[in-house]
Design a protein around this ligand. Structure first.
Ligand SMILES: Cc1ncc(COP(=O)(O)O)c(C=O)c1O
Length: 402
């Protein structure tokens, strides 16, 4: 008798409705291509592993295990390691003069978990949620699980138009407004000062939860820093992350929000994972307080700034007429538009055949738009490979045009 015939017949599983609310993303298709090491990938959102502070993290890990091993391996508080929250509060004070207390900070398992917790606290099925278009794919996915009604806000080089922000945020209309005001993923764009003030003022007046997701603010290579939205509206929920400035594998981020919001978020986080990895939090705190973090940031900015320039200059010199790209002043991405009639999804196939990859613009639009645009990452590829990748990409565009 075969084993299979012993198994009882089983009815198919019935999955929760929410599992059907999140679109499987094109990113999976992209990963299939970028698994091949010969492929030059401008697709991922990866920092350069050469810049991870591996030796310093090893030293911090050893010191934590030797000096605080039992506490580091025990269960801990949901809010997060107090000295790390104090460090974050201090950084807001020194960078922006923002007076934030550690009680207004919740450490999360990456800022991606912050997005999920915020969605749990604010989004009911059908809640209107305003998002920039194009917008961060991971936020669209995190929010989609809770079945909001997305409303798009077109964003250009300087973020959304202030008048459009005010029109979209009529009192009582929008539950939550999600923004990435510094070097946005995917567009690399930065909110103008006027857009910052409009978003802050209009969301405060409308009773809309304003979410300012800022994983890239410290990665500025040119221009001058603008104040965060939170400096104009203290009720803003600010998300931060150590992924791009230390290492994403540590999975450490945070939410900085008013105490009443933190209280709700803490309950949601308890239900999700009790607390974020306390060994990682202690290790990171040890790293931040015993190494020269300013010098580390300066190194990242120097290397990434050169790669950004190589990509923009190379793109403009190599691509056929009708192709355009912006010149982001920081972050990790460049946003490009293709000649009329060229589809970025069709181009992806041609590019993959030439062993170069990018993310088609459609991935960042919840309504299927964006096919004439693409996102290119410059942080994870050295300059000579950027030049070669752009040559391959130009050849793919030329074939599409032909
Ligand atoms: C805008 C934005 N928010 C949040 C995240 C999530 O970052 P993490 O969970 O690693 O902190 C990313 C990652 O790419 C991002 O681009």
């Amino acid at each position: 008798m075969s084993l299979a015939s012993l198994k009882p017949a089983r009815a198919p599983f019935t999955f929760a409705h929410r599992t059907t609310c999140v679109k499987t993303s094109f990113i999976r298709e992209i990963l299939k291509v970028t698994e091949n090491p010969a492929v030059i990938s401008f697709a991922g959102g990866l920092p350069s592993p050469d810049l991870f502070p591996v030796d310093e993290v090893a030293e911090a890990a050893q010191a934590v295990l030797t000096g605080q091993g039992r506490a580091a391996l025990q269960y801990s508080t949901t809010e997060g390691f107090l000295p790390l929250r104090e460090w974050i509060a201090q950084r807001y004070a020194s960078r922006f003069g923002l007076g934030v207390s550690p009680e207004e900070i919740l450490v999360t398992t990456g800022s991606q978990q912050g997005l999920d917790l915020i969605a749990k606290v604010f989004i009911d099925p059908g809640s209107p949620v305003l998002v920039e278009q194009p917008g961060y794919l991971g936020a669209l996915q995190a929010f989609s699980v809770y079945e909001p009604e997305f409303a798009p806000l077109a964003a250009g080089e300087e973020g959304p138009d202030p008048a459009a922000i005010e029109a979209a945020l009529e009192p009582g209309r929008v539950r939550l407004f999600y923004t990435v005001p510094n070097f946005q993923n995917p567009s690399g764009a930065c909110f103008s000062l006027a857009a910052r003030k409009a978003a802050a003022r209009a969301s405060a007046e409308a009773g809309t939860a304003l979410v300012e997701d800022d994983p890239y603010g410290e990665l500025r290579y040119a221009g001058t820093e603008l104040p965060p939205l939170k400096s104009f509206n203290p009720s803003t929920l600010m998300l931060g992350s150590f992924s791009k400035v230390v290492a994403p594998g540590l999975r450490l981020g945070w939410i900085c929000a008013p105490r009443e919001v933190i209280r709700k978020l803490v309950v949601m986080k308890q239900a999700a994972d009790l607390h974020t990895d306390i060994f990682a939090q202690r290790l990171l705190h040890r790293y931040l307080s015993t190494t020269d973090f300013t010098a580390h940031l300066a190194r990242l900015r120097a290397v990434y700034g050169k790669r950004a320039a190589a990509m923009v200059d190379g793109f403009r010199a190599t691509m056929p007429a009708g192709t355009h790209c912006n010149r982001p002043e920081g972050g990790m991405f460049l946003w490009a538009t293709l000649p009329k009639g060229v589809s970025s999804r069709a181009l992806f196939e041609k590019a993959a055949a030439r062993e170069v990859a990018f993310v088609p613009g459609t991935a960042f639009h919840f309504d299927g738009g964006g096919d004439s645009a693409m996102r290119l990452n410059f942080t994870n590829t050295p300059e000579d490979r950027i030049a070669e990748g752009l040559r391959r990409l130009a050849s793919a565009v030329n074939e599409e045009l032909a």
